[in-house]
Design a protein around this ligand. Structure first.
Ligand SMILES: NC(=O)c1ccc[n+]([C@@H]2O[C@H](COP(=O)([O-])OP(=O)(O)OC[C@H]3O[C@@H](n4cnc5c(N)ncnc54)[C@H](O)[C@@H]3O)[C@@H](O)[C@H]2O)c1
Length: 452
């Protein structure tokens, strides 16, 4: 074992290693806090001055991270933040947690990773451990990150250490958070894997070493593609059930009683967030470069991408039962975050649903306790819009309320009692009611006969 390996291993074991996290978003801030909690001095680096100022002031801006923790580790002198990459020179380990979006063409946008790695490369020194956590295509660590870090002459695996470890955080999940979600780790050499495992092992309960960075990269894409494909399957089943007058929600609830060989996925208005709608396309892009055409990913993408249209069809059908048209109807979108109980609007299907309704002439409002406003540039309607007041009696003023995100704080009973029409895309309203149209379920009794 080289002296550099022994030195870093000992510094990790004694918690004297100085750790750093680049990119302090939904992934990076929880990780930085866990590293601080496990006893390391941790420095967060982000280009966003507001995030840095917030951490320095002891205030968290990520719902899963408590401000009390940020404050405690700030006061203990174990957590700080900066916009200046010069601090990397003093670090023993650096985790990279920057965004990996898609370009409009659905090609990977590697610009954030490249920019972050170039900034780190200027400060890389012997004995340092660099870990990439951003979700990306298999090969990124070796093909993109390694050459950039080696540009100054140091050799990865010998002079410094390099590993990939996919982040699996599930924002808003009260049970599984950074510290208790098993961490898959693959280094470019066995020493890299061992050092990365030692670092994560200090903060995270279970470490799963794998044989290479490529395997670790592929693990994450399998997980997210698995979700995208299964959601695509159940969305297609929902459309089928809709046509066949069967309640897909009841079907899934009953199927899930099978104690083996089945895992429940639920239909909905479409995919959202930074991961599931994006990551499978990283894989299909890379697979195509190897001459392999991935069919499941594309098919699931088509089905899931069509769900906002299915929602709009359902709203038109519901309004039709009242002899109303989409054009000119006032519609309240209940919930715009991409999933329940979180404040993240990225890739939210609500934005697509709103854009389609707007294009058909609907007059739109929305209500979401987590998203106070939507900027004009964030949705196809291209005007700024703010969340309606949380007055449940007001549901009756709209022609239709569309539940797109089933936040727990919504008063669904009040919605049923006061709204004229409801389209429920999440089965949030579990009771049969004459004014509720559910996605993938039979129409309410009251509208099965044509009105005269
Ligand atoms: N959000 C999730 O649920 C989730 C879950 C698993 C994996 N991931 C993956 O983790 C990665 C990060 O996602 P996120 O949700 O935390 O993103 P985010 O947008 O919340 O945070 C990224 C942060 O990186 C900062 N940043 C961008 N470029 C930078 C640079 N060059 N130097 C320093 N900071 C920079 C941004 O200012 C931002 O604060 C992505 O690859 C994502 O796919 C996200």
């Amino acid at each position: 074992m080289s002296a550099l390996v022994t030195r870093l291993r000992d510094r990790i074991a004694s918690r004297t290693a100085r750790t750093g996290v680049v990119g302090l978003g939904y992934v990076g801030l929880p990780l930085a806090v866990e590293l601080a909690r496990s006893g390391f001095h941790t420095t967060g680096i982000d280009l966003d001055e507001r995030k840095v100022a917030s951490i320095m002031a002891g205030v968290s801006y990520i719902p899963d991270v408590r401000s009390a923790d940020v404050q405690q580790f700030r006061e203990a002198g174990r957590l700080d933040a900066t916009t200046d990459f010069a601090v990397v020179a003093d670090l023993d380990t650096v985790n990279i947690c920057v965004p990996t979006p898609l370009r409009k063409t659905k090609d990977p946008d590697m610009s954030f990773i490249v920019a972050a790695v170039e900034s780190i490369a200027k400060q890389v020194r012997p004995g340092m451990l660099v870990l990439l956590e951003s979700t990306t295509y298999p090969g990124t660590t070796e093909e993109v990150v390694q050459p950039l870090l080696e540009a100054g002459g140091l050799v990865a695996g010998k002079d410094f250490f390099l590993a990939f470890s996919p982040e699996r955080v599930d924002p808003g999940n009260p049970t599984f958070q950074t510290h208790n979600v098993p961490k898959v780790v693959g280094g470019i050499t066995p020493d890299c894997t061992a050092l990365a495992s030692a670092l994560y092992g200090a903060a995270i309960e279970t470490i799963v070493p794998v044989s290479s960075t490529r395997v670790a990269e592929m693990v994450k894409l399998l997980e997210n593609t698995f979700r995208a494909v299964n959601i695509g399957l159940v969305n297609e089943l929902a459309m089928m059930c809709d046509r066949m007058n069967i309640d897909v929600w009841e079907v899934v609830e009953a199927a899930k009683t099978k104690p083996f060989g089945f895992m429940a996925f639920y239909p909905g208005p479409g995919l959202g967030g930074h991961c599931i709608p994006v990551d499978p396309f990283y894989l299909s892009w890379k697979a195509r470069q190897s001459g392999f055409e991935p069919r499941f990913i594309e098919l699931a993408g088509h089905i899931n991408g069509a769900m906002p249209h299915a929602v709009v069809d359902k709203v038109a059908e519901a309004l039709n039962a009242r002899r109303k048209a989409l054009n000119g109807s006032s519609i309240l979108i209940a919930g715009v975050a991409y999933k329940r109980d979180i404040d993240d609007l990225r890739e939210s299907p609500a934005l697509d649903v709103m854009g389609l309704l707007h294009a058909k002439g609907a007059r739109l409002s929305y209500i979401d306790p987590y998203i106070p406003s939507i900027e004009a540039r964030s949705w196809p309607g291209k005007y700024a819009i703010t969340s309606a007041p949380a007055d449940t009696r007001a549901f009756g003023q709209y022609d239709c309320v569309v539940i797109v995100t089933d936040h727990r704080s919504f008063d669904y009973q009040a919605m049923v009692d006061s709204a004229d029409l409801i389209v429920d895309t999440r089965n949030a309203i579990k009771i049969a009611a004459p004014n509720v149209f559910r996605l993938g379920a039979p129409r309410p009794e009251s509208v099965t006969a044509p009105a005269v």
